[in-house]
Design a protein around this ligand. Structure first.
Ligand SMILES: [Zn+2]
Length: 266
């Protein structure tokens, strides 16, 4: 049976979780009856957890590192022959040969490993939050695209509902956002276009200026039409919208044709 000093290196490896097989069992048996080695193990474990906690921090864990290094320095050197037979089952670093080197390599591995784990977990967190943001933005965009696609799909069924007994009347709805110069216009129940004519949408500025041409359009067979984001001057507050029937080339300066539908305003 080995004496207590001979377990010094095993204790360190045990604390690092790198001791297995018969050596692990022998040490565990020894630990059961040796208070001194149990205390040493607790100290080593404390040092290791302190190292783990402070690896990524600004201050090097000087005290813990010191004790680990002195544990390495003071561990008993066993005869090489004894080593060769004892350590045959050891993991890859047994090729390093010298216990102190193995020890240092083990500590270095743990320290580097912990640092990488921490770095990795920070990166993982960043990645996860970026991914969540991306998915959120993506699903909003997807939703918006679906709404627009449905609204603008010429194949989508568009049915105007009116009061029972009434005949469907031509009507339109303009949704205008001055800030971004966005304009979406829907019309329904428009009469079929006469030859060489076209419908034209007009924006009436709130400042009383001349109407601004806001797009030429032809309705489909059911009299439905859409105008999306026609080119418009910047920052115009809209008071009203109207649709006129114009010569096929459209009118640019002001409406020449007859009004078909006009906004009811406020
Ligand atoms: Zn002991």
């Amino acid at each position: 049976m080995r004496v207590h000093e001979q377990f010094a290196e095993d204790l360190a490896l045990y604390a690092l979780g790198s001791l297995d097989g018969a050596e692990r069992r022998a040490l565990e048996e020894h630990l059961d009856e040796c208070v001194s080695c149990r205390r040493e193990l607790e100290l080593l474990r404390g040092d290791l957890s302190l190292l783990a906690l402070t690896t990524a921090g600004p201050k090097p864990p000087a005290r813990a590192r010191q004790r680990l290094l002195s544990a390495v320095a003071h561990e008993p050197r066993r005869p090489v022959a004894a080593h060769a037979s004892e350590r045959r089952q050891r993991s890859w670093w047994s090729s390093v040969g010298w216990p102190a080197l193995r020890w240092t390599a083990a500590v270095a591995l743990v320290v580097v490993g912990i640092g990488l784990l921490r770095q990795n977990s920070t990166l993982q967190q960043d990645l996860a939050s970026l991914r969540a943001l991306f998915i959120d933005q993506g699903s909003r965009l997807e939703q918006a695209n679906q709404i627009v696609a449905t609204l603008l799909d010429p194949d989508a069924t568009k049915i105007e509902l009116v009061a029972v007994g009434n005949k469907p009347q031509p009507r339109g709805k303009a949704i205008y956002q001055r800030r971004n110069r966005n304009l979406i216009f829907f019309a329904s129940n428009l009469p079929p276009l006469p030859a060489e004519k076209i419908y034209e949408l007009w924006l009436f500025p709130a400042n009383g200026g001349a109407p601004i041409a806001a797009g030429l359009f032809k309705p489909d067979a059911r009299g439905s039409a859409t105008v999306v984001n026609p080119p418009l001057p910047e920052g115009v507050e809209a008071k009203n919208f109207a649709v006129t029937l114009e010569p096929e080339s459209g009118s640019h300066e002001s409406p020449r044709g007859t009004p078909v539908i006009v906004g009811v305003g406020e």
